[in-house]
Design a protein around this ligand. Structure first.
Ligand code: AHM
Ligand code: MG
Length: 340
């Protein structure tokens, strides 16, 4: 039996055909993101040669040092999507406000695009995996006027599409439009993303738990006991025997657990017990991966309930994140309910 060779473009168009009302704008937007990913990948693969290594000498809205490639990836996604007329408003992890609009964005764009251009960028200088995460919503405000901040503040439940690109031993783009999760591997000699992982489902038997144990002392009691459970140290509850893996880049940690089964968590940190702080960004990190997890049969929670139900009040809102196999994430919720 022969199996079909399917490019990402063919796959996107096949998805469009299932929606007779589709105009092609959305398909082209997804393809624009795939093209931006190829440009970013090309530069990442040359990073070791020097041009892109190191810090840019600037600080982003999150108070974090920007790497040169953070800025390049951000600019590439903005340049790719500012002049197509498909996007009414864009927001990025790297900028405080929605991206300033070009006239063409104001007039026509019916979609909202939110992204983390280069997730885990502290990994770049040491040749470890990084990623791009994106989220697409329908624009709420009427086209013909500038898209607004309010257009960006939508719950994950309203996502039209979400995905990520992982720049690893190979480059993959994984996305969902609410019709399953599909993964495409870049064939560098062709410059094409080819369907390599159709209909991804999280394996029912998980292998891994992934978290940064350096913060153990500033976790809540519930998260500590949940971790004991994962390690098989909770006397009353024998756990499945899992291994631990942690890259420190959400895309890499999530992708591995999506394909192998497991849970990633970045809980609330109680450095200052009066003002506990989460790290993951709701709009450009947690919500898009939550949509992918849900479509792959998994689940994402902030420790209390579904990430997809959180209605954002700020562009750079942060949340605790527990994501992966549903039973493992629900178990975290149980421990947090019981022990705080
Ligand atoms: P970034 O988007 O600014 O690169 O940072 C987010 C990253 C996530 O990808 C990762 O899961 C987390 O920060 C790692 O944090 P820590 O180093 O505290 O474990
Ligand atoms: Mg990030």
């Amino acid at each position: 039996m022969y199996s079909k060779i399917i490019t990402i473009e063919q796959h996107i168009l096949a998805g469009e055909k299932r929606h007779p009302e589709a105009t092609g704008v959305f398909s082209n937007l997804l393809y624009d993101i795939a093209l931006a990913a190829k440009i970013i990948a090309r530069e990442i693969h040359r990073a070791g040669l020097g041009k892109w290594l190191g810090e840019a000498g600037t600080i982003n809205v999150q108070g974090e040092k920007q790497m040169k490639l953070d800025i390049f990836a951000n600019e590439t996604l903005i340049r790719m999507n500012s002049f197509t007329g498909r996007v009414g408003v864009m927001a990025t992890e790297e900028m405080e406000l929605p991206v300033p609009q070009t006239p063409i964005m104001r007039d026509e764009g019916k979609y909202v695009l939110i992204f983390d251009p280069l997730d885990g960028s502290s990994n770049i200088d040491i040749n470890v995996t990084v990623g791009t995460i994106f989220a697409i919503y329908h624009r709420r405000s009427a086209p013909g006027s500038p898209g607004t901040l309010d257009d960006c503040l939508q719950p994950g439940r309203d996502l039209v599409a979400a995905g990520y690109v992982i720049y690893g031993s190979s480059v993959m783009m994984v996305y969902t439009t609410g019709d399953g999760v599909h993964g495409f591997t870049l064939d560098p000699s062709l410059g094409e993303f080819l369907l390599s992982h159709p209909n991804i489902q999280i394996p029912q038997k998980p292998l891994y738990y992934s978290t940064n144990f350096a913060y153990e002392d500033i976790w809540s009691e519930g998260v500590r006991r949940y971790t004991d459970y994962l390690r098989g140290r909770e006397p009353e509850e024998p756990s499945a025997s899992l291994s631990t893996r942690y890259v420190g880049a959400l895309v890499a940690d999530f992708h591995r657990n999506l394909l192998r089964g497991g849970v990633f968590y970045y809980p609330m940190l109680y450095r200052d017990p009066q003002h506990p702080k989460p790290k993951m960004r709701l709009l450009c990190e947690a919500a898009p991966v939550a949509f992918i997890a849900q479509q792959a049969g998994g689940y994402a929670s902030d420790g209390h309930g579904d990430i997809l139900d959180i209605v954002p009040t700020e562009l750079h809102q942060r949340v605790p994140l527990f994501i992966g196999n549903r039973d493992l994430v629900e178990k975290a919720e149980t421990y947090i309910r019981r022990y705080g």
